[in-house]
Design a protein around this ligand. Structure first.
Ligand code: FES
Length: 115
């Protein structure tokens, strides 16, 4: 079924940020990204970030083009990239960055070029 952009737009709820988690096997051979992705939903729910104006969308992807040092997580609209994300770091990202708006600077390895 094909929907027009206008009809698709009506299906979208507003959101503040988008988080992509790599679940591929090159950056994290033990596929830790899969665990992080499922934990992300729990953490977003706990911090009240699944609904409302501060809503955070999440997505899993098979590759983010880095392929080492993962799991890799990227947050938009800031375009902030995190590497070697553990469950502990993911919790900091959710609380400090997604909830409180303060980037976890010590874990950032790349940023989107200023527009
Ligand atoms: S497999 Fe994770 S960045 Fe490529």
């Amino acid at each position: 079924m094909t929907l027009s952009p206008t009809r698709l737009a009506a299906l979208m709820e507003p959101y503040a940020r988008h988080v992509l988690v790599c679940v591929g096997g090159f950056c994290s051979p033990n596929r830790e990204g899969r665990m992080l992705y499922s934990e992300l939903a729990r953490l977003l729910h706990r911090e009240g970030l699944l609904f409302g104006p501060r809503r955070v969308k999440r997505g899993e992807t098979p590759c983010l083009g880095v392929c080492v040092g993962g799991p890799i997580v990227v947050v938009y609209p800031e375009g902030v990239w995190y590497a070697g994300v553990t469950l502990e770091l993911l919790e900091r990202i959710v609380v400090e960055h997604l909830r409180d708006g303060k980037v976890v600077e010590d874990a950032v390895f790349h940023r989107l070029v200023d527009q």
